[in-house]
Design a protein around this ligand. Structure first.
Ligand SMILES: [Zn+2]
Length: 118
């Protein structure tokens, strides 16, 4: 199954479950192979946050699906991006790697600067 595809909803990532794990097909991040693959949804969430930090568009539903699989709190439509970012940050503080914590902080900073256009 795929979590998101190129072009759909402006997505810059194409993520799907392959025989090797969860794959970021045609990964555009520097220093990553085009078929960057991880073994857990948590790792892919972290990877997709790197894409967002790089300014790439990652559809929210792709992250939601990964969160669902990882048993993490889901986003709700009435939540603001900042609340959502704080929730992710709380998770990263608890269970995440150093990289996840750093990216969660960056996400919160971005949200605090106001909603992004588009
Ligand atoms: Zn990637």
């Amino acid at each position: 199954m795929s979590y998101c595809r190129f072009w759909w909803d402006g997505s810059d990532v194409y993520v799907f479950e392959s025989e090797r794990g969860i794959e970021c097909c045609g990964c555009k991040l520097p220093d990553h192979p085009p078929g960057f693959t991880v073994q857990t949804p948590e790792e892919m969430i972290e990877h997709l946050m790197e894409h967002r930090a790089a300014g790439h568009t990652v559809p929210e539903y792709a992250l939601e699906e990964l969160r669902r699989e990882a048993g993490l709190p889901l986003a709700f439509p009435e939540k603001t991006g900042l609340e959502y970012a704080r929730e992710h940050f709380a998770w990263a503080e608890r269970d995440g790697t150093d990289g996840a914590r750093m990216l969660a902080r960056m996400w919160i900073e971005q949200e605090e600067q106001g909603p992004s256009v588009g």
